[in-house]
Ligand binder design. Structure first.
Ligand code: NAD
Ligand code: ZN
Length: 374
């Protein structure tokens, strides 16, 4: 890097010549770079002081590990689907398993092998390190079914809301199966041993497909499919409860810190009630100011909502993280190269940043920036 560019980056002024050489385009580009650097710095500062990190991960998190997404530029879960003229929404259904069991299992077999062979990228490692640093740790809420997160975080720090391809269940879980929604782990090399090909008229015997040990019906991945009434929540319910408890502990931690403010507020409300004037009198300006200060104090050790690669067509993760980030003491970091808009209110309060980068690029930049902050 030339010395004029290096010093310009430090002072955040465009190096001599850039603006004049490239005109408005150059200036806009430079402004974008400065804004991105600012956002990364802010994200790194939040991460390095976080009391807790809530990761919300969508399919985009797996892209830099070579996995496809459901929608968007990195779309593509199983290449033969397109050739067969079948949509992801059609193959990911309980009906597909009933009507075309071999084809459906060929799809799941491909996914399982792809997920298992994928190596978690550097961004996963960074989050693993942050988990050890934040006082209340890291919890990951994900709709990914790729079983990547259990390789990174402990089972008690994970809610795989749409299930996981590393577990199986009976396809007749609601019916007369005596297993009553039992969920069991996929045996090692299970998918590799299924000799299925990508075709509608697959000649593999039905008997070669996995079956429920309790009733003999077809087994299927423990994944919440489209229009799925048979998804067994035996496992995800336990994870959901761990999630609820973790959030409760975070709320408790914040409430402890806000307790003195809330006490003051209660005293003021009671004083207000003793008056003869209407009870819905606005809170005094001093009290509101006191509260604002308490909230900005909380932000010195924020709860970081770190959303990565969550799409907009099934916005489960985005909605959960935005809702959470609206609470006092919370901030939002949204990492997404395509869908990176952030809620206006959070942005206006300086409590959200958007990093329109790939997961690995954004997490690497944040990690590098936190190094200098320790
Ligand atoms: N890996 C998986 O487990 C996987 C893969 C595909 C689909 N699904 C299922 O399909 C649904 C997908 O919903 P979704 O919102 O997670 O995915 P989606 O496909 O709807 O959206 C993916 C998002 O990732 C972003 N993205 C693309 N490349 C990225 C990158 N390199 N880094 C970061 N972000 C990137 C896209 O801009 C998009 O917003 C879920 O229900 C899930 O169960 C799961
Ligand atoms: Zn069964």
């Amino acid at each position: 890097m030339g010395s004029s560019l290096a010093s310009a980056i430090q002072t955040e002024n465009p190096p001599n010549g850039i603006a004049t050489d490239l005109g408005e385009f150059g200036e806009a580009l430079w402004a974008k770079k400065v804004a991105l650097d600012d956002a990364v710095r802010k994200a790194a500062q939040w991460i390095s002081t976080a009391r807790a990190v809530l990761v919300g991960a969508g399919a985009g998190m797996g892209v830099d590990s070579g996995l496809g997404t459901y929608r968007g530029a990195a779309m593509g879960v199983w290449p033969p689907l397109e050739a067969l003229g079948i949509d992801y929404r059609e193959i990911c259904t309980p009906d597909a398993l009933v009507e075309h069991p071999q084809l459906a299992w060929a799809f799941w077999r491909y996914c399982m092998i792809a997920y298992r062979n994928a190596e978690p990228h550097e961004g996963y490692g960074a989050i693993q390190q942050w988990a050890a640093r934040a006082r209340l740790g890291v919890f990951c809420y994900t709709t990914n079914v790729d079983a990547m997160w259990p390789r990174i975080l402990q089972e008690g720090s994970l809610y795989e809301a749409h299930g996981s391809t590393s577990f199986l269940q009976c396809s007749n879980a609601r019916g007369g199966c005596p297993g009553k929604g039992m969920v069991w782990p996929c045996p090692d090399n299970f998918a590799e041993q299924l000799s299925l090909e990508a075709s509608r008229d697959d000649s593999v015997e039905l008997g070669a497909l996995p079956h429920c040990p309790d009733c003999g019906n077809l087994a299927r991945p423990n994944v919440n499919l489209f229009g799925d009434l048979d998804f067994s929540k035996k496992r995800s319910r336990i994870q959901r409860e761990a999630y609820r408890q973790w959030l409760q502990s975070v709320d408790g931690d914040i409430a402890d810190e806000l307790a003195p403010v809330l006490e003051q507020e209660q005293l003021a409300i009671e004083a207000n009630e003793r008056r003869t004037e209407p009870m819905d009198q606005p809170m005094s300006e001093e009290l509101l100011e006191f509260r604002r200060q308490a909230e900005s104090e909380l932000l010195r050790r924020p709860v970081v909502c770190l959303e990565i690669g969550a799409g907009i067509s099934i916005p489960t993760v985005r909605t959960a993280l935005e809702t959470r980030a609206a609470q006092a003491g919370h901030v939002l970091i949204r990492i997404n190269p395509e869908n990176c808009d952030i809620p206006a209110e959070l942005q206006a309060n300086g409590r959200a940043v958007s990093l329109p980068l790939s997961a690995v690029d954004a997490l690497r930049r944040i990690a590098d920036c936190t190094q200098g902050m320790r």
